[in-house]
Ligand binder design. Sequence first.
Ligand code: SF4
Ligand code: FES
Length: 227
Amino acid sequence: MRLTLKIWRQENASAQGALQTYDLDGISADMSFLEMLDVLNEKLQGEGQEPVAFDHDCREGICGTCSLMINGEAHGPEVTTTCQLHMRSFNDGDTITIEPWRADAFPVVRDLIVDRSAFDRIIQSGGFISANTGSAPEANSVPAPRDKAMRAFNVATCIGCGACVAACPNGSASLFMGATSASSPRVSPSATRAWSTWSPSTTTRASVAAPTSASAPAPAPRRSRST
Ligand code: SF4
Ligand code: FES
């Protein structure tokens, strides 16, 4: 596959960012999206250029760090994480715009990396509990019926990726809060208060729209609806 990539480059948190255009050839449809970026970075380093900084850890859809806005969609066109997105979801000759999360709660650190410590502060404000749970119970003796257990699991699968904040026009963390508070004792009322300081009434969020030219300025904060 041959691709044209428009990638947000920003040297540091205070620098002005811009979309830079790169042509990339020889991409296999079986590569993951992050492997495609690895190929780009090898090419850039071979040419003496700075590689594109992006976040990842597990590359297995578990850790939630691979946060990218791809063609204006959080994690791209499939319902999965960026690391589980494969290039077969794109076509030869495509132009792909790749940006960091666009939310004031997640300031850009460098290129495609954002600071998501706002999530950490919500979690930390809930403290932690220590509970002796003993050994794993025998599966057939678990009192919760399977359908209820599966429903509970659905709300426990938040990996803290931040896509819900990036995709919400208000930059709201309500999906994250719902998932963490519904499934875990770790988020206490004090965490809810911490979240309330980050509600739509106080959040300013950068524009969702992707800048369309290489000279596009950093997006301006958006006014909240309530002001
Ligand atoms: S609730 Fe939000 S932070 Fe959690 S996995 Fe879903 S999109 Fe990611
Ligand atoms: S790198 Fe861990 S979920 Fe994508």
